[in-house]
Ligand binder design. Structure first.
Ligand code: ZN
Length: 189
């Protein structure tokens, strides 16, 4: 099943997500559906808040980056209850986008390397280190669990320039090739 992706403007994209346990209802189905949703929208990562669930669950498949980054070719992972333990290395810029923020791409500065603790889909614990584009994807997705979006990380001038576009997205005034859930407009004028 393909879930609609929650668009910029939804309050739940701004909430800190909760850890889950093994007996979280329908967990394996949700993971399967998140992959299906991600592939159908050509994403490389998807965090549960983006499908309307404030739980600490991320799916990643980096193979779309395999031309420029060989390490991405076979990188596919489910991260449950992820915790970034450490970030190191010089910050570098990478042009990011986000399925919840369509039609906007910005160069975002993030650290080079991370040490991350997480559980896989079978609840086996891992502590691993990543760098480059894999660390990049993980940091972007991890931000979603903390209620942070990549557009929060641009400079203040860029932020001003993006204001209108972001407001349009939250109102559904954007062309997207995948199914999205836009926040309901509550205020009437
Ligand atoms: Zn995103």
């Amino acid at each position: 099943m393909i879930y609609p992706i929650y668009a910029y403007g939804h309050q739940l994209l701004r909430k800190k997500s909760e850890d889950i346990t093994k007996d979280y209802p329908e967990l394996q189905t949700i993971i399967h559906n998140m992959y299906e949703t991600m592939y159908s929208s050509n994403g490389v990562g998807l965090a549960a808040p983006q499908i309307g669930k404030n739980i600490r669950l991320i799916v990643i498949d980096a193979k779309a980056y395999n031309e420029d980054y060989p390490e991405a070719a076979s990188f596919k992972k489910v991260l449950i209850n992820a915790k970034i333990l450490e970030t190191t290395g010089d910050p570098w810029l990478f042009n990011e986008g986000c399925l919840s923020v369509p039609e906007i791409r910005e160069d975002i500065s993030r650290p080079q390397k991370i040490k991350i603790e997480y559980m896989d889909e079978n609840f086996n614990e891992h502590i691993e280190e990543y760098d480059g584009v894999i660390a990049r994807i993980m940091l972007h997705e991890y931000d979603h669990l903390e209620g942070i979006l990549f557009v929060d990380r641009v400079g203040s001038l860029k932020k001003t320039l993006l204001k209108r576009k972001l407001s349009d997205i939250s109102k559904g005034n954007v062309k997207v090739s995948y199914k999205m859930n836009f926040p309901a407009l509550k205020k009437k004028r």
